[in-house]
Design a protein. Structure first.
Length: 860
């Protein structure tokens, strides 16, 4: 959000307006009083008792949310934001004729906007965002001619945007009607009247027609966001040409086209080349056609993001793009680009993410000169790139995702990739790679997401180092020519949920240790030459849901228990020497039936005694297991959280409200500098912690989401994972796994029993210190986006059920700064201090000063 927008927001929502009363006929505070009491009557639920003190025992001007003029003659402000009030908007509010600011945002107000509110002619700020308001905007609101700020976003409003509102309210600087169901056109003469407009947010509606040409008169525009509508016609070259203040232009997912019948992007890029403040250009998902013009290189050097994915852009990538040296994100995926990747692309030394996937690019991958210290994501998948993988990719030491699948790459896997120690995803699948897997690459211990080399021509034995991929969640080496045995230490892959070694030439028996793969859900070893018996230990893999051992040479009987009881023939077919009770398999005792009865008796006696022996053993073992603390059993509860994480769930605001019983006070488990934390239970029973971030008015839902995407990928045993995020224009929350043992602070300074006495022993303390140090080291040294914690203290160190310490709250400063800090150059100190470090009240005594200065030096 631009500086000016922030300024207006603050002006209107923070500081009271002091206007001289012009028509002072009589002091009618009693009118205001009865209007407010009438409003109170229409509020049926007030969970936080926000308006509880609205009664005769105190003066109106002392009521919560009410501000009066200095002489207490009239009510000038009514601010009841975020109180979860339920009810309707009373028409009696129209009697508050001196009202300048009305903010009822983030409640659960329903019904229509009362037409009567037109009498609030002194209103300058109206915010009703994030409610459930229905119907249309009354035409009569056009009489609110003093309005400067209006935010009706995130409601259920419908119908057309009333043109008279935009034509009559000429003071408007900030309009946000996004996330409703508005239809029809954007009023065509909007720009002729709104010359002060700095922000226009109409995203996520059903608006059609073209972007009105008159907007070219709104030369003060800073943020223009119309994405996710049905807007048609050509890109607004002439319209934005003179918006010299424009910082963000978001037109993604509409039906815009380029000039000359959707073939010429030149004039648009020429038009925006004078916009020196432009930071974000998002035109993705528009089916734009044409070539990328070389004039792209003349865009202002401060441009930081270009999103052009999901269009129909063809031709080569212009080498001149390398002039945009501040670019951090370039996404050209899902187009029809061809030609080779210009080697100049590596001159973009600030790039953090480069996505060129799903085009028709050919030629070799240019060798990076080794200075790209920020690049975290390189996705060149699904092109026609050929030649060898450049070994200098190994110098991209911050690389976290290297995605090169579905190309024509050949040669061997460069050993140097083993230097990319931050790699979380390595996907080289569906290429023509040959040779062995270098031990260095198989030993990449940072892989936390997946390692995919499938469908190549790789050969040789599986490297033993594979067993040290302690944190990889999926390992796929299928459809190659690997031979030799499955490494017995594979059970080191304790986080692996999927292992696929199918379609190779692996031999020998399955190691019994596979039964120790405690996270495994899918194990595919089909179409190999594996032999021997299926180890019964596999039934220890409680989470194993899919097992495929078909088309090998296993023999003996299929074990029973757990997974094996629900096995189908598909899992084991094509093993002619295997026996069992599954239909289609030979029965194991078929030979025994041919024995004569005496032998059967001996056998029976033998079996009985053997099983008695086994039962005894089992009892001992299982007794041990039960005594064995937490580890095994804890997997159960963390599973739920894990499966949540796997699917990158979208959790809606409503679900969070439900899970936390409407952010009920009794559910609050903590509050900190960044907001409050609630314990919640989702419908599926999984327990989560919901951290509701305390933000000032902000609109960068997408910035927040993007940052969350980045933070979400930070994975380390000692760092709290972000399960998902929920973000509305003014509600931002992070969903985290719930930590059973609370914070370190609560163990160091217990409040309840034995105050002053800590239950932590020396060894536990040392372990916790170790954990914290490892977490912080990862943050500082191995995370491609620089993350400075800035708020490390005992209450931010959480302990899980086995007392492993996890650092939480890292990177939240980054989130907040990105949202609020964009474009604020001066006076950052004050706002930074407020935003990053929160209110002084939460800062632990003694750490005050240091932390403040830490934060201040962290200018993003
Ligand atoms: C009126 O409000 C006060 C707080 O200002 C509260 O203590 C009192 O109980 C309220 N009285 C009634 C009748 O609700
Ligand atoms: C207050 O507003 C209501 C509804 O708009 C109206 O019926 C009523 O007459 C007004 N009361 C006064 C005292 O103006
Ligand atoms: C525009 O505002 C004027 C007052 O400034 C008002 O008289 C007029 O009715 C408004 N027009 C519409 C269409 O509401
Ligand atoms: C800009 O505004 C003026 C007067 O308000 C109007 O005459 C002109 O047509 C507008 N420009 C465009 C492109 O609509
Ligand atoms: C989008 O534009 C194309 C032509 O550019 C047109 O054929 C198509 O119907 C439009 N789709 C919508 C939803 O307007
Ligand atoms: C694209 O448009 C520009 C002017 O806007 C023109 O100079 C150029 O020749 C056009 N390119 C093509 C390929 O038509
Ligand atoms: C950019 O600005 C310069 C100076 O104001 C002007 O001469 C030039 O025509 C402008 N270019 C475009 C494409 O608007
Ligand atoms: C470009 O960015 C730098 C650093 O943030 C800033 O100092 C400069 O003013 C910006 N230039 C323009 C034209 O916005
Ligand atoms: C953009 O690049 C220029 C020169 O390369 C640099 O001085 C400036 O600080 C950069 N701006 C930003 C926002 O990084
Ligand atoms: C910051 O704001 C204060 C008051 O709002 C002002 O006095 C001061 O000059 C500003 N600092 C800068 C660097 O602009
Ligand atoms: C800094 O923030 C504090 C607390 O919000 C405020 O009282 C003070 O006026 C601010 N100072 C400036 C220079 O803006």
């Amino acid at each position: 959000m631009g500086l000016l927008t922030v300024a207006i927001t603050q002006l209107l929502l923070t500081f009271p307006f002091v206007l001289p009363l012009q028509n002072r006929q009589f002091d009618d505070i009693s009118v205001d009083r009865s209007a407010l009491l009438a409003f109170k009557k229409t509020i049926v639920v007030d969970p936080q008792n926000t308006i509880g003190n609205w009664n005769s025992s105190s003066h109106v001007c002392k009521w919560n949310g009410v501000t009066c003029s200095p002489n207490s003659r009239r009510v000038t402000e009514l601010i009841l934001s975020g109180g979860h009030l339920q009810g309707t908007i009373s028409p009696f509010l129209s009697n508050l004729t001196h009202l300048e600011r009305l903010d009822l945002s983030e409640n659960s107000l329903q019904g229509c906007l009362p037409d009567e509110l037109r009498t609030l002619t002194r209103l300058e700020g109206l915010s009703l965002h994030s409610n459930q308001i229905q119907c249309e905007i009354p035409e009569s609101f056009s009489q609110l001619t003093g309005l400067r700020y209006i935010d009706l976003s995130n409601n259920q409003l419908q119908g057309h945007l009333p043109p008279s509102l935009f034509y009559n309210c000429t003071e408007l600087m900030y309009i946000d009607h996004s996330d409703n169901s508005f239809i029809g056109f954007i009023p065509s003469k909007i720009g002729n009247h709104l010359t002060h407009l700095e922000a226009l947010f109409l995203y996520q509606n059903q608006l059609s027609g073209s972007i009105p040409a008159s907007l070219s008169n709104s030369s003060k525009m800073v943020d223009l966001d119309l994405e996710f509508n049905f807007l048609t016609d050509s890109l607004p070259s002439e319209i934005v040409r003179h918006m010299y203040q424009l910082e963000t232009l978001h037109l993604s997912y509409n039906n815009l086209s380029s000039d000359d019948g959707n073939t010429n992007l030149t004039s648009f890029f020429t038009a925006i080349s004078n916009l020196t403040h432009l930071r974000e250009l998002q035109l993705d998902g528009n089916d734009l056609g044409g070539e990328l013009p070389s004039v792209m290189g003349q865009l202002h050097v401060n441009l930081s993001e270009i999103l052009l994915q999901d269009n129909l852009i063809y031709g080569p990538i212009p080498p001149s793009i390398s002039h945009l040296s501040n670019l951090t994100l370039l996404n050209l995926s899902n187009n029809r680009l061809n030609g080779s990747i210009p080697s100049q692309i590596w001159l973009l030394t600030n790039l953090e993410r480069l996505c060129l996937s799903n085009n028709s690019l050919d030629g070799a991958i240019p060798s990076p000169p080794g200075v790209l210290t920020h690049l975290g994501l390189l996705d060149l998948s699904r092109n026609r790139l050929s030649g060898a993988i450049p070994s200098s990719l190994g110098s991209l030491n911050q690389l976290r995702k290297l995605i090169l699948n579905e190309n024509l790459l050949s040669g061997s896997i460069p050993t140097s990739l083993g230097s990319c120690t931050s790699l979380e995803i390595l996907d080289l699948s569906h290429n023509r790679l040959t040779g062995n897997v270098p031990a260095e690459v198989a030993g990449l211990r940072g892989i936390t997401i997946y390692f995919n080399l499938s469908s190549n021509f790789l050969e040789g034995r599986l490297p033993l180092q594979l067993g040290k991929m302690y944190t990889a969640r999926a390992i796929d080496l299928s459809s190659n020519s690997f031979s030799g045995n499955i490494p017995p230490n594979l059970d080191g892959c304790q986080e692996a949920e999927l292992i696929n070694f199918s379609h190779n030439s692996l031999q020998g028996p399955l190691p019994k240790s596979l039964g120790n793969l405690i996270s495994i859900q899918s194990l595919d070893l089909s179409c190999n030459l594996l032999s021997g018996e299926i180890p019964a230990s596999l039934q220890n893999c409680k989470t194993l849901a899919q097992l495929n051992l078909s088309f090998n040479d296993f023999n003996g009987s299929i074990p029973s228990g757990n997974l094996f009881d629900s096995l189908t023939i598909e899992s084991v077919q094509g093993n002619p020497r295997l026996c069992g009770s599954l239909p289609g398999l030979q029965s194991c005792n078929s030979k025994e039936t041919s024995f004569h009865s005496r032998k059967s008796v001996y056998l029976l006696v033998g079996l009985v005694s053997a099983s008695a022996f086994l039962i005894t053993i089992c009892c001992v073992v299982s007794f041990r297991k039960i005594k064995q603390p937490s580890f095994i059993r804890n997997r159960g509860s963390s599973r739920i959280a894990l499966s949540l994480k796997l699917s990158y769930p979208r959790i809606t605001y409503r679900e969070l409200v439900e899970a936390t019983e409407g952010f009920e006070q009794s559910r609050m488990i903590g509050s900190g500098s960044f907001g409050r934390v609630f314990k919640g239970v989702l419908r599926d029973g999984s327990i989560i912690a919901v951290k509701v971030l305390q933000l000032q008015a902000g609109n960068s839902v997408k910035t927040f989401n993007r940052e969350c995407q980045i933070l979400k990928q930070i994975r380390h045993r000692n760092l709290m994972r972000i399960v998902t995020a929920c973000s509305l224009p003014d509600f931002k929350a992070l969903v985290l796994p719930f930590m059973a043992n609370g914070s370190l602070e609560s163990h160091l300074y217990p409040q309840t029993q034995n105050p002053g006495y800590s239950d932590l022993g020396l060894i536990e303390r040392v372990n916790i210190c170790n954990d914290v140090a490892e977490g912080m080291a990862y943050l500082h040294h191995h995370s491609p986006v620089q993350v400075i914690h800035c708020d490390l203290k005992p209450s931010n160190i959480l302990l899980n059920n086995d007392m492993t310490a996890l650092v939480s709250d890292f990177g939240i400063s980054r989130l907040i700064m990105k949202i609020e800090g964009n474009g604020i150059d001066e006076n950052t100190t004050n706002s930074t201090a407020n935003l990053v470090c929160g209110s002084i009240g939460y800062i632990a005594p003694g750490t005050n000063f240091n932390r403040l200065s830490n934060c201040l030096s962290l200018k993003v």
